[in-house]
Design a protein around this ligand. Structure first.
Ligand code: ADP
Length: 720
């Protein structure tokens, strides 16, 4: 009897497509196949098989079973679970899971080496080539470049047999990690945490733990011991370590390599496609046993995942906001459950969601109360900008400038933290008051001096800074308002001309390698003052850094969404926590106009618990996360009238369910993005409501027409 294969395709389709299984193909669930879709063939994954034929409409047949190994059943289950949770098409997470399968494999490389024969005719050019070839095995083109000769010289030596080519196959193996290689001596509180986590690993099965310790308390050391326990317990166990920033993956990769004597698989958007393919295949075959990566590593096809670590679990970067919308921390817990793996969430400032789970006993709660060794937490002082304002047109207050002078005088380092890229966040015309905005998006253009352009940070649109105001035509009238990191750098250079100053932001750090170089230069003391956005303010250890200046502590509090206070607290605690990581005591200065705000007071008193307690009771009162659940709907359309009609229809279609409140529709704060008008709904639900099911039912009742799109965001972090 023939069978029907339901094949999931990595596309935003509502469900799997049915195909006929050709005779003798012997498909199984998880198999990767080529399936016809319209005129094309697509890689897909068999999600289910059932007996039967296509009925009165003949089905297309699966074209071929691919050579690649099948996707593990639990990976497929996770992909389907994630789609259901996010109220999205299963093809969306599947596309992430197959990203590595579709990347090209590394090609063999042909390198040139001396054969040992002497050349019949020796010229200077030939001599240079032979010397270069003896020094390094590189390609013919590279050899010519190094030797500074034309390609013909190398070719001549090859033809003569003086040089020979050797083909090197790409190395797809992974060294086996050795859990016993170089364990650290843990201090007593680290040892207690490691022991408890070790018990969790030994017990096997799904469990979640919160590893809660101040910055520098040794959380990384502890979770690496947990990884060692997991790797040691099963010869084929795999460990995944998730980090919120690519810049942080580099440091952790190095620590993993040192600890286990084997480099882990690296997974994030900067990894070149062939290297991605190697990791994907290594994970699927089980050869790659440790992966360090960014959020999408969660979708890798692990065979035997035993531990997932989410480092800096509170970090908002774990939330993916475009395409398939998900929170990697929440999905990590779900994946742990599906894989029956342990999950460790690590943070100095855990999210309220995670703290709530720890408080209620759903998660094991392990605390590291002090910094390791002699390092102490920095003293945190507040600079009240109303009393000690910077000079006009400057951003650093006299107390901060004084502290910088003292620190630099002792040959110690300063980190100035400002979570704003570019030179100035706003450009306006002094003559007519016009603000420079993006043409198709509701956002102000940010001035970048390095590139001399005005940039929209939302869409990437950019234009040269005009010489005259485009609105009134006044010349030289455009004024830069407010500071970004580039402007603070300018001020530091003017104040301290001898200091070595560097800017760390996504505009100056283009890739993981550049980020690593800057971080290493800072760690080695080759930079005196680093001006950084959040990417450098997290996780790193800089031994000579003793002063952290927060240029605008109030920045994150504006906007005022649900998590503004929590996020500001977390970010500033992280940033200030960079100071004094070794024997030298550190201090941090927060520049603020709101010194009495609970966030500033909690930071100054270093009293996280009081802050969390106050924030929790507010959330509980309002039924907000972690005491209730939220979902957002963003509907968008190029046509304002059609959008208006659609959201009205959608409002009427909202199912009436006890414990669920629907707010909206309202204009989104960002009412226009890339030429599309946007409207929002916000849904609040009691904790016991299956919010994903509610949203799926709602969406099924409406059908957007034309260019109208609906995006659902479960547990939104952005309210724009
Ligand atoms: P966290 O992850 O909590 O910020 P880390 O694990 O990065 O802390 O530790 C901070 C610093 O202290 C690192 O340089 C780390 O190597 C060092 N350290 C922590 N615990 C130990 C230990 N038991 N033995 C040696 N060095 C340690």
């Amino acid at each position: 009897m023939s069978r029907i294969a339901s094949v999931l395709l990595p596309l935003p389709l509502p469900e799997a497509f049915d195909y006929e299984e050709p005779d003798g193909m012997a498909l199984a669930v998880g198999d990767q196949v080529a399936a016809p879709l319209g005129p094309n063939l697509m890689r897909g994954v068999v999600a289910a098989l059932r007996d039967g034929a296509g009925g009165n409409r003949p089905l297309k047949a699966v074209q071929a079973k691919l050579d690649d190994p099948p996707l593990p059943e639990r990976t497929l289950e996770f992909v389907q679970w994630a789609a259901r949770y996010a109220v999205d098409a299963p093809g969306q997470p599947l596309a992430i899971a197959l990203r590595g399968a579709r990347a090209p494999r590394a090609k063999p490389v042909r390198v040139i080496e001396p054969s040992g024969l002497a050349p019949a005719r020796a010229t200077t050019a030939r001599q240079q080539v032979l010397e270069a070839a003896a020094a390094a095995s590189v390609s013919a083109a590279e050899l010519a470049r190094i030797a500074g000769v034309s390609a013909g010289v190398v070719k001549g030596l090859l033809d003569e047999g003086v040089l020979k080519a050797r083909v090197i196959e790409p190395d797809v193996a992974f060294a086996a990690p050795d859990p016993a290689r170089s364990p650290p001596f843990l201090n007593p509180s680290q040892a207690a945490a490691a022991e408890s986590l070790g018990e969790m690993i030994a017990a096997g099965g799904f469990q979640v733990a919160l590893l809660d310790g101040v910055t520098g308390s040794g959380k990384t050391e502890v979770y690496l011991e947990t990884a060692a326990a997991a790797l040691g317990a099963h010869p084929d166990a795999q460990v995944l370590i998730l980090l919120p920033e690519i810049a942080l993956t580099q440091a952790v990769i190095e620590r993993v390599t040192r600890r286990f004597g084997a480099a882990p698989g690296e997974w994030h958007s900067d990894v070149a496609p062939p290297a991605r393919r190697r990791v994907w295949e290594g994970v699927l075959s089980g050869r790659c046993r440790i992966v360090v990566g960014a959020r999408s590593a969660l979708f890798l096809p692990f065979r035997n995942l035993k531990l997932v670590v989410v480092d800096e679990e509170h970090d908002g970067s774990f939330k993916q906001e475009e395409g398939f919308i998900y929170h990697a921390r929440d999905l990590a817990v779900a994946r742990g459950k599906i894989e029956t793996a342990a999950v460790v969430l690590a943070s100095a400032t855990p999210s309220l969601e995670t703290l709530r789970n720890a408080e209620t006993g759903r998660y094991r709660w392990l605390k590291l109360s002090a910094r390791h060794g002699l390092a102490r937490l920095p003293d945190i002082d507040i600079v009240d900008l109303r009393e000690a304002p910077p000079e006009s047109g400057r951003w650093l207050s006299p107390p901060l400038v004084r502290a910088m002078g003292e620190t630099l005088g002792k040959h110690e380092q300063v980190l100035l933290f400002l979570n704003r890229r570019g030179y100035a966040p706003l450009v306006l015309c002094r003559a007519c008051g016009e603000r420079m905005t993006a043409p198709d998006t509701d956002s102000w253009l940010v001035e970048h001096r390095y590139s001399g352009r005005l940039v929209c940070h939302l869409t990437g649109f950019s234009m040269p800074k005009p010489a005259a105001c485009p609105h009134c035509g006044a010349k030289e009238s455009l004024a830069s308002i407010g500071p970004g990191v580039e402007r603070v750098e300018e001020e530091v250079r003017a104040l301290f001309p001898d200091a070595r100053v560097a800017v760390f932001s996504s505009d100056t750090v283009f890739d993981a390698r550049e980020g690593k170089r800057l971080i290493e230069a800072m760690a080695a003391g080759e930079i005196d003052v680093m001006v950084a956005t959040q990417s450098a303010a997290k996780g790193h250890n800089f031994p000579k850094l003793t002063l952290v200046g927060v240029v605008d502590a109030d920045l994150g509090l504006r906007g005022g969404d649900l998590r503004a206070a929590e996020r500001t607290y977390q970010l500033l605690a992280q940033a200030t926590g960079r100071a004094g990581r070794r024997e030298r005591p550190g201090r941090a200065l927060l520049q603020t106009y709101a010194p009495d705000h609970p966030v500033m007071q909690a930071l100054k008193a270093q009293d996280r618990d009081a802050f969390v307690a106050a924030e929790m009771s507010e959330r509980e009162f309002a039924g907000l996360p972690p005491f209730g659940r939220l979902a957002a709907v963003v509907a968008s359309d190029v046509d304002a009238a059609r959008l208006e009609a659609f959201v009205r229809e959608m409002a009427e279609a909202a199912p009436n369910t006890p414990g669920v409140e629907v707010y909206g529709p309202a204009d989104a704060p960002l009412a226009l993005v890339r030429g599309r008008r946007r409207k929002r709904f916000l849904v609040r639900a009691d904790r016991n409501v299956d919010l994903s099911a509610y949203m799926a039912a709602w969406r099924a009742r409406v059908r957007p027409k034309g260019a109208c799109r609906v995006a659902i965001d479960i547990d939104p972090y952005s309210f724009l």
